[in-house]
Write a protein that binds this ligand. Structure first.
Ligand SMILES: [Zn+2]
Length: 204
């Protein structure tokens, strides 16, 4: 069962942050100017990866919505830090991203629409479980390499961050900043990513 990792699904749309998922999906079909990302948070996620991703994206001016699995209640992370999601992945029956029908549907919609999908650590296995990003260059936490390579669906690379079209994957806590900055770069632009990095005493 997959419980670790952070999945970021991004869309370009506007509106209020505190909305339910069906409204979020409906809004994604509207033309709007604001940048928005849906970040999935499942029990056992690594808080460093999750918080860095959400924080850096918000610094980058992206409207982040945190979607909890299996509902909107407090999510206990891998080192016992509890995080309160903004909304629930309401219809999800499973705690695991890889087994969540709702996560799968959102990922497939996202891919079909040509929008950005980002996954770090064990979360890339959720892409595989839902048949998303097939044929792409990807990476993951090293322990998940055999699982990602099995079946020959992906071209696995041992890089901190791998970008292939609209698919961004990364490896673990130590690569979380690179991962998040790459998402800001992809969605907002390199200039913004550099500006955000500089303010955090990082270089990009
Ligand atoms: Zn991790």
């Amino acid at each position: 069962m997959l419980t670790k990792g952070v999945l970021v699904v991004t869309r370009v749309l506007g509106g209020n942050k505190f909305i339910n998922l069906s409204y979020f999906r409906k809004m994604s079909q509207c033309a709007a100017t604001a940048k928005r990302a849906l970040v999935f948070l499942a029990p056992g996620a690594e808080e460093m990866e999750f918080v860095v991703a959400a924080d850096v994206l918000r610094r980058g001016g992206i409207n982040v919505i945190i979607a909890g699995l299996p509902d909107g209640s407090l999510v206990k992370c891998s080192r016992d830090v509890n995080i309160q999601p903004d909304i629930s992945v309401a219809e999800a029956k499973s705690k695991a991203m890889a087994a969540s029908k709702e996560v799968g549907e959102l990922l497939k919609e996202q891919e079909k629409a040509g929008r950005v999908i980002a996954a770090i650590c064990a979360a890339p296995t959720a892409l595989k479980a839902h048949g998303v990003a097939v044929g792409k260059n990807v990476t993951s936490y090293p322990a998940m390499k055999p699982e990602m390579e099995e079946g020959g669906k992906y071209n696995y690379q041992e890089c901190n961050v791998v970008v292939d079209g609209n698919i961004i994957t990364s490896r673990g806590p130590g690569t979380a900043f690179d991962f998040a900055l790459k998402i800001v770069d992809k969605i907002v632009g390199k200039e913004k990513a550099s500006e955000v990095a500089k303010a955090m005493l990082l270089s990009y």
